[in-house]
Design a protein around this ligand. Structure first.
Ligand code: GLV
Length: 326
């Protein structure tokens, strides 16, 4: 008899076809999240689930799903999963590292370039018919990216992919991470470790690549923003909550920093409306990994994890090995 699984929201048909070969699939085919009570109800009687970052899975969600063996998140970040609760319940949890590194690093660069050179605000201005004649001086003067200092907070795989791209712009790259990279990795990224304060003070472009955790909540707040150069840009494609949005809005309103490029927000998608009034911020709707190939790769990797987990193998991206013996 096939194991029963839930796919919590719309994915590609190829992924469903692959899962169908192995499982009896309960497919919630809309691209909207299930309300928490419905998610819990649909997990009842299931052995596995393919979940998204919009699904909160915690002790309450798990209470009515005693048969559950694996929850496979289609994302590298997994702060939507209560890992301790999953482990206590003996449920394996997996994520999708690696497949999205380059795509996510690419969008960091899209935001760096857009923020530095006013691409979005200038586009809006042109479309509004405000371009009356070419100007030399009063003409969307931006900041140079080439030869500037790129600062990366959180130097995992994506941070390193961001750093490697900086070579083309002949930038100086500095980073801060709890643990330093090996000498070989620092060399391949041409990146130098500095303490957090030096990173904040020296970066022309500060890129956040930290996972969200209670310890990283508001890692960038009023105090940190105050240390940044007035000409600096802040780029966040990691997670909302790493930045104190209220403090950032105030810093942008007062031109305390030059700009920001943001793909993630506190309380997204209900972001603080004051962002909409600012011309010195570029806003994208959490699309860091959103190329077709990468989103398909992520969903296929999550499916591979689920297939392995429910056929008695160790899933390749197991986050909580302790769950196996719980
Ligand atoms: C997306 O936000 C991810 O964590 O993969």
């Amino acid at each position: 008899m096939k194991a029963k699984i839930l796919v919590s929201r719309s994915v590609f048909p190829e992924v469903i076809a692959r899962l169908d070969e192995h499982f009896e699939v309960d497919y919630q085919g809309e691209d909207v999240p299930l309300p928490p009570a419905q998610l819990a109800a649909r997990l009842a009687g299931k052995q596995g689930a393919l979940t998204m970052i919009s699904d909160r899975v915690d002790a309450t969600t798990l209470a009515g799903a005693p048969d559950l063996k694996a929850v496979c998140n289609v994302a590298v970040g997994y702060n939507n999963l209560d890992l301790e609760a999953l482990t206590r319940a003996g449920v394996m949890a997996t994520n999708t590292p690696g497949v999205l590194d380059d795509t996510t690093a690419d969008i960091v660069w899209a935001l760096i370039m857009s923020s530095a050179r006013h691409v979005v605000a200038a586009d809006k201005w042109v479309r509004a018919g405000q371009w009356k004649g070419w100007k030399f001086h009063d003409n969307w003067l931006g900041n140079d990216v080439h030869h500037a200092t790129l600062g990366i907070l959180g130097m995992g795989r994506i941070g390193q992919a961001v750093a490697r791209r900086a070579a083309g712009f002949e930038m100086r790259v500095i980073y801060h991470n709890r643990s330093r990279l090996s000498e070989a990795d620092e060399k391949s990224c041409k990146a130098q470790w500095v303490d957090k304060e030096a990173l904040l003070r020296q970066a022309d472009f500060l890129v956040l690549m930290l996972p969200y955790s209670a310890a990283n909540h508001h890692a960038i707040g009023k105090g940190e923003l105050a240390l940044m150069k007035p000409s600096a840009h802040l780029i966040n494609v990691a997670r909302g909550g790493i930045v104190d949005d209220q403090a950032l809005i105030e810093a942008l309103q007062q031109n305390q920093i030059a700009g920001a490029g943001l793909d993630v927000f506190e309380n997204e998608p209900a972001l603080d409306k004051r962002f909409f009034e600012l011309d010195n911020v570029v806003l994208t709707p959490h699309i860091g990994s959103s190329s077709r190939a990468t989103r398909l790769g992520m969903a296929m990797l999550a499916a591979d994890n689920l297939i392995a987990a429910l056929s008695g193998q160790r899933p390749p991206n197991l986050l909580n090995p302790e769950a196996i013996n719980a």
